[in-house]
Write a protein that binds this ligand. Structure first.
Ligand SMILES: *[C@@H]1O[C@H](CO)[C@@H](O)[C@H](O)[C@H]1NC(C)=O
Ligand SMILES: *[C@@H]1O[C@H](CO)[C@@H](O)[C@H](O)[C@H]1NC(C)=O
Ligand SMILES: *[C@@H]1O[C@H](CO)[C@@H](O)[C@H](O)[C@H]1NC(C)=O
Ligand SMILES: *[C@@H]1O[C@H](CO)[C@@H](O)[C@H](O)[C@H]1NC(C)=O
Ligand SMILES: *[C@@H]1O[C@H](CO)[C@@H](O)[C@H](O)[C@H]1NC(C)=O
Ligand SMILES: *[C@@H]1O[C@H](CO)[C@@H](O)[C@H](O)[C@H]1NC(C)=O
Ligand SMILES: *[C@@H]1O[C@H](CO)[C@@H](O)[C@H](O)[C@H]1NC(C)=O
Ligand SMILES: *[C@@H]1O[C@H](CO)[C@@H](O)[C@H](O)[C@H]1NC(C)=O
Ligand SMILES: *[C@@H]1O[C@H](CO)[C@@H](O)[C@H](O)[C@H]1NC(C)=O
Length: 246
């Protein structure tokens, strides 16, 4: 499912069937625009082509800048913790194509795909917790026992939060499963950009979990995707290697 928007603060993606793949681009119209062929545009091109072709980082996180003074561009790329290096690069490159196409003049924009996130801005973004623009994921299927199901989801995601937040400066990611009421298995995943402090990562994830009632109360599938962190749960295993897990 793809959606492209300009200047909104949030999106709700309803996934009605099958495996959830999302692809959304949000352009920021408040920060301001750059001129065609400006230094900013050139810097952004150089930065994104460098970032998406980088073969040195093998941990799926990129925080690079390019340019001087008012024309400096900062970018962050983050791949889901289980995504392999080649896949990560190709996801970021796809995102770059989408961003360039959908947000051709905006100084700040973000792309959310299920396997990676790519954002850039002329302002500082490194090491800072950012919660918007956000994306809600939700599936139109109700769990059988909403109260118990919500509790199980909350427990799983809170436990994963502790593991992810205590990760290092390269990876803050955890995934795992839990058996819910009625023997349904819930699969959860949480991740922060690893440039966040342990406290900011924890705060970002706890805040995202607190939004479950707004995004996906009692649904068998849900997620809150923020620039600095994301949480997601499904009733099927949607990630590969369970890397740091419960
Ligand atoms: C931008 O640069 C390209 C290539 O140099 C040129 O073809 C195009 O006309 C320029 N556009 C503007 C708006 O200056
Ligand atoms: C591109 O990225 C590499 C590796 O991160 C870095 O060493 C190099 O200076 C970058 N080049 C430019 C033009 O940003
Ligand atoms: C990156 O994406 C562009 C389209 O936006 C494509 O032309 C190019 O081949 C891709 N590069 C790689 C290495 O996949
Ligand atoms: C945007 O992403 C979708 C899905 O990954 C892809 O099919 C499409 O070609 C991309 N668009 C651009 C302009 O790169
Ligand atoms: C980013 O660009 C906007 C619009 O041009 C400008 O008002 C703002 O001061 C810039 N921010 C930084 C940190 O340079
Ligand atoms: C799910 O539950 C909500 C609230 O209880 C209800 O309004 C909705 O119709 C249900 N949806 C389905 C598909 O059962
Ligand atoms: C979460 O952690 C608590 C306390 O450590 C433990 O009792 C519980 O079984 C854990 N739940 C899951 C889903 O791992
Ligand atoms: C749940 O996670 C554990 C590791 O914590 C793993 O051994 C088990 O196979 C997983 N269960 C399912 C159904 O994926
Ligand atoms: C990128 O993030 C790492 C922590 O993950 C940090 O050590 C490094 O200083 C950051 N780079 C920049 C340019 O802020």
């Amino acid at each position: 499912m793809a959606s492209f928007v300009c200047g909104v603060l949030f999106l709700l993606i309803i996934i009605s069937q099958g495996n959830a793949q999302y692809n959304s681009v949000i352009c920021d119209n408040k920060i301001g625009n750059y001129e065609v062929n400006s230094t900013y545009q050139t810097n952004l091109d150089i930065l994104l082509s460098n970032l998406t072709s980088n073969t040195e980082n093998n941990y799926g996180f990129y925080n690079f800048s390019y340019g001087q003074n008012g024309d400096k561009v900062n970018a962050i790329g983050l791949c889901r913790g289980d995504v392999k290096q080649d896949d990560c690069r190709s996801c970021l490159n796809d995102s770059r194509g989408n961003l360039t196409h959908i947000c051709p003049i905006q100084k700040e924009a973000i792309s959310y795909q299920d396997r990676c996130m790519l954002r850039y801005s002329n302002g500082s973004i490194f090491g800072l917790m950012e919660t918007s623009p956000w994306l809600y994921l939700s599936k139109e299927i109700n769990a059988t026992n909403v109260k118990q199901f919500n509790e199980a989801v909350g427990n799983l995601l809170r436990n994963l939060t502790g593991i992810a937040a205590s990760g290092d400066s390269r990876t803050k990611y955890a995934a795992g499963n839990e058996t819910a009421p009625n023997f349904e298995t819930i699969y959860g995943l949480v991740q922060c950009t690893p440039d966040l402090s342990e406290k900011d990562c924890n705060d970002c994830l706890v805040g995202a979990i607190a939004e479950i009632p707004s995004c996906c109360d009692g649904k068998t599938s849900g997620g809150v995707i923020r620039p600095s962190c994301n949480i997601r749960y499904e009733n099927y295993r949607f990630y590969d290697a369970p890397a740091p897990s419960l």
